[in-house]
Write a new protein. Structure first.
Lengths: 128, 228
């Protein structure tokens, strides 16, 4: 299946409304990411840092030209993520997921995550 | 310097055992202080106090604010403590309040800093400046009034880089307005930095099933600290 990069304005509105969410970490998310836009990427997990102050998903994403881009997807702290249903083994290398969140302002393959969608369609959000 | 203040849960228990708390579970009983203990989370994350600008800053402080880039200069990116009042207002992680008659202790998950509010003494005369300052409290009816001085000048008031000096003075009026809701009203003054006191308000919701988790900021802050 071909992976695509998609922008959903409706999702962006949702994310703006969720800015006050409890899992919204405080280490510069507002500064680094364009919180008015949403981006969706689908790819293969290559790593998962379950760490403070922030957690990270590393995702290999095939762009429209067929080249693989390595995305670094930023989440909040494990404490708050655990309260939202995440676990240290929620993801493992090789998992196919779709990630939805705010893109970096500078266009780099970085994202502030809102939620993931597993291959079976199950969703897991970062907000409580 | 690092903010890894390792506290012992046993020590906290021991301190509180020496100063038994009034356990009225929320609503104040006549003649007794309300019980503020429990795990609380900010109702609304307030990353900046003045989202539209207009902080009452003296010219030097205004110039310092304009010369600061919150994206790269935030001391907290290096895991230094947010300090008071920032971690009471602008940190979206829970805090646990332990209440005794001699002191009220606050452990904040987002900083792992232990805040002590001394209930049985005044401010010492010669304070070493610190991130959280020196807090003393007293009850005025159902309101815990906390007076804090003795700050260093290494923190910001919020995530928007509002500066202050060691003359910072914070007064908080903390009240449990119902079983599930705590309100903290702040009056923040600094005669060397502001043209008038700054006021702020934060509301916290009780999280009865939560525990405060370990949070070691230095564990993996390479992206936040060293940039993207």
């Amino acid at each position: 299946m071909r992976n695509k990069l998609l922008i959903f304005p409706a999702a962006a509105i949702f994310l703006l409304l969720s800015l006050g969410g409890s899992t919204f970490a405080h280490h510069g998310f507002v500064s680094w990411y364009d919180m008015s836009r949403s981006v969706t990427v689908k790819g293969t997990v290559t790593g998962f840092d379950w760490t403070n102050p922030h957690s990270y998903i590393y995702l290999d994403v095939k762009n429209e030209k067929g080249a693989v881009e390595g995305w670094r997807i930023e989440l909040g702290a494990p404490g708050m993520l655990a309260r939202a249903g995440w676990r240290r083994d929620t993801l493992k290398s090789g998992d196919e997921i779709t990630a939805i969140g705010n893109p970096a302002k500078d266009g780099k393959p970085l994202m502030h995550l809102s939620k993931i969608v597993f291959a079976n369609g199950q969703e897991l959000a970062t907000a409580l | 310097m690092r903010n890894r203040l390792i506290f012992s849960a046993g020590a906290v228990v021991a301190m509180l055992a020496l100063s038994p708390a009034p356990r009225s579970q929320g609503a104040a009983q006549p003649g007794s202080a309300p019980d503020l203990s429990g795990v609380w989370l900010v109702e609304k994350f307030q990353p900046v106090l003045f989202p539209n600008g207009g902080a009452p800053l003296q010219p030097w402080a205004e110039a310092k604010l304009k010369a600061t880039n919150p994206q790269t200069d935030d001391p907290n990116l290096a895991c230094l403590p947010e300090g008071v009042p920032r971690y009471m207002i602008s940190v979206p992680y829970p805090m646990e309040i332990f209440q005794g008659s001699a002191s009220v202790l606050i452990i904040h998950e987002g900083t792992s800093v232990l805040r002590q509010i001394h209930m049985s003494r005044q401010h010492p005369k010669d304070l070493d400046p610190t991130y959280a300052g020196d807090s003393v409290g007293k009850w005025e009816g159902d309101t815990l009034v906390v007076d804090t001085i003795g700050f260093n000048d290494k923190t910001w008031l919020d995530g928007g880089a509002i500066p202050h000096t060691e003359a910072l003075h914070v007064v908080e009026r903390i009240r449990r307005i119902d079983h599930d809701t705590l309100v903290d009203e702040f009056t923040i003054d600094d005669a060397k930095a502001y043209t008038k006191p700054i006021t702020a308000r934060q509301v916290y919701k009780l999280k009865p099933d939560w525990e405060v988790h370990e949070y070691v900021c230095e564990e993996n802050n390479k992206y936040t600290y060293q940039g993207k």
